[in-house]
Design a protein around this ligand. Structure first.
Ligand SMILES: [Zn+2]
Length: 280
């Protein structure tokens, strides 16, 4: 019974938060992203940096958070889903990306959806594991520890930050992301601009297209899954993928990438996901 009550409390909270965010999303939709951002966030350029010091999850709860005052690079689970034959290869590949970006602060966070997927990738019988949430939590911390160690071994400084659920910029119980920022400009930090729609951040500028397509699918699955707004999205108040581009040509390319990544997604086909974008 306690569980059932808890579930319905979470459901009610979701409905309240969704309704609170609705006005902004409807304005974004009616004006279009270019006009909406020009009007509401004319200084958006200030929220981008070519240099980053920190890697955080693409989760809106970390992407919208000020972490140690540092410029952040968003990467699902701090790289835990990056394609590789095994963990050693994954550590090597991700460490090199982070070193190139100047990242020295490796973060992990509680309730990481990407870490949950990685755990299930590595333990096919995961759903029979006892205390699964705790195991996933330990797994994500261990990944970030090993990544910091790897960067250190490659001759660069690296430290660790873990963000507990209560310190994230979203409710502990669920994701309140209404958008995805598909960033072709590079180094987008939504915490640098007050009042932006809550969204996942995907760093297309620094990551290969095949991989960012996978991150996009993960973000959509989370938003429409048990931990996201799920069935609350509808055609008049959809989940919006916002391409951030440097020019018209890139904007068109990003929109094409997004629509091919989602071509088979039932919520996209059903009109509950919209693609828009702007030149920054
Ligand atoms: Zn995460």
């Amino acid at each position: 019974m306690i569980n059932e009550n808890h579930e319905s409390d979470v459901r009610r909270n979701k409905e309240v938060v969704f309704a609170t965010e609705d006005a902004d999303i409807k304005e974004l939709l009616s004006l279009g992203a270019a006009e909406y951002f020009k009007r509401e966030f004319p200084d958006l350029k200030h929220a981008f940096s070519e240099q980053q010091a920190c890697v955080c999850c693409m989760d809106e709860g970390t992407a919208h958070k000020d972490i140690n005052g540092e410029w952040k690079l968003a990467l699902a689970g701090s790289g835990i889903l990056y394609p590789a034959a095994n963990e050693a290869e994954r550590l090597e590949k991700v460490a090199k990306i982070l070193i190139e970006r100047g990242v020295t602060d490796i973060t992990s966070h509680s309730g990481c959806g990407a870490a949950g997927l990685a755990y299930r990738r590595d333990f096919p019988d995961a759903d029979t594991h006892e205390n699964l949430a705790e195991k996933i939590e330990a797994y994500t911390r261990a990944w970030a520890d090993k990544l910091a160690e790897k960067i250190h071994d490659l001759g660069h400084a690296a430290e660790r930050t873990h963000i507990i659920a209560e310190d994230m910029e979203r409710p502990v119980e669920f994701h309140n992301a209404r958008v995805v920022y598909f960033d072709g400009v590079g180094g987008f930090n939504p915490n640098k601009e007050i009042g932006l729609p809550m969204g996942f951040v995907i760093e297309r500028a620094y990551l290969p297209a095949e991989y960012t397509a996978e991150e996009l699918k993960v973000a959509v699955d989370i938003a429409f899954g048990h931990h996201g707004f799920g069935k609350l999205f509808y055609a008049e108040s959809p989940f919006v993928i916002i391409a951030l581009a440097k020019n018209d040509e890139q904007l068109n390319n990003l929109k094409d990438e997004i629509s091919s990544a989602l071509a088979d997604n039932e919520n996209f086909v059903g009109g509950k996901i919209k693609i828009d974008g702007l030149i920054v």
